[in-house]
Design a protein around this ligand. Structure first.
Ligand SMILES: Cc1ncc(COP(=O)(O)O)c(C=O)c1O
Length: 274
């Protein structure tokens, strides 16, 4: 199944490292080995086609392929596996142009596809499971950056460098993750300025927001907010260039509280044994 997403986060086609191939017969062979083992209890099938998926097509195809395999297993072994796990992948909006599926729409659709497929194939409907990750936590996070330099490139755009970058959010460098930025901390009367928000690391690919409009009076010291960083940002954060990772602050009902303190140089050096 080729999910409609970036190739580095599409996980269900043959030419990559994940899972058992269905067309190649690997999945059927894995089922045979498990059933023969006498030690393993085969509960069902699992598929995860990829991440940040904004349409239904890949999920539909994955569900149908999994049901076909369930039917083949039932025919070969006389067992109706009780569970079908259709993985995660439900995308979220990173910019105002993104139109993500509502969880209820995807859930209802999967139930319909699975019920209809089971009726066609003469299978008892399996217990359905999903593993949403980003769609649960992605929108809960927002990264705040302080502007360091503002550099206009005539006829192109303005580069806005901030005090973070690919060490706290590697998604743009890793698979062209798209984000948006807003001026936080003050209201600006200035018109829009085509901007690229870049990090403090020594790579031209150290981009936080590739294209967005920021106020033309943006200046050093301003705060920028980048929403949608609650998934795959802190968990992928690293110490490239020995940049310490920033703190995580929880906000509720107008109250802020540090829940993960920021790293210090002492933290970075503590593993050195001299
Ligand atoms: C097996 C599996 N299930 C679920 C997920 C969650 O995916 P997402 O955050 O895109 O919903 C992942 C993410 O890598 C995964 O590998």
């Amino acid at each position: 199944v080729t999910a409609n997403t970036h190739r580095n986060i599409a996980t269900a086609h043959d030419d990559q490292k994940f899972g058992f191939g269905v067309a190649s017969g690997e999945a059927a062979e894995a089922v045979r080995l498990i059933l023969r083992s006498g030690r393993l209890d085969l509960r069902g099938l699992h598929s995860h086609i990829g991440s940040q998926i904004l349409d239904l097509d890949g999920f539909t195809l994955a569900a149908r392929r999994a049901l076909d395999l369930l039917a083949e297993i039932a025919a070969e072994h006389g067992v109706a596996l009780p569970e079908l796990n259709l993985g995660g992948g439900l995308g979220i909006a990173y910019t105002s142009a993104d139109r993500p599926l509502a969880p209820g729409v995807l859930a209802g659709h999967l139930r319909t596809v699975v019920s209809a497929g089971c009726a066609d194939l003469g299978l008892p409907p399996p217990r359905l499971a999903v593993e949403p990750g980003r769609s649960i936590v992605g929108r809960s996070g927002c990264t705040l950056y302080r502007v360091g330099t503002v550099k206009p490139r005539a006829g192109l755009r303005t580069y806005v460098a901030v005090d973070g970058g690919m060490s706290d959010n590697i998604r743009p460098a890793l698979y062209d993750g798209v984000y948006s930025a807003r001026l936080a901390g003050r209201v600006s009367p200035a018109g829009p300025m085509l901007s690229r928000v870049v990090g403090k690391h020594c790579d031209a690919g150290d981009v936080v927001v590739r294209d967005d409009y920021l106020p033309a009076d943006l200046r050093r010291g301003d705060l920028l907010a980048v929403p949608g960083t609650g998934a795959y940002c802190r968990s992928l954060a690293h110490n490239y260039n020995h940049v310490p990772r920033p703190p995580v602050v929880a906000v509720r009902d107008g109250q802020a509280r540090v829940i993960v303190r920021g790293e210090t140089e002492a933290d970075l050096l503590r593993l050195d044994v001299g």
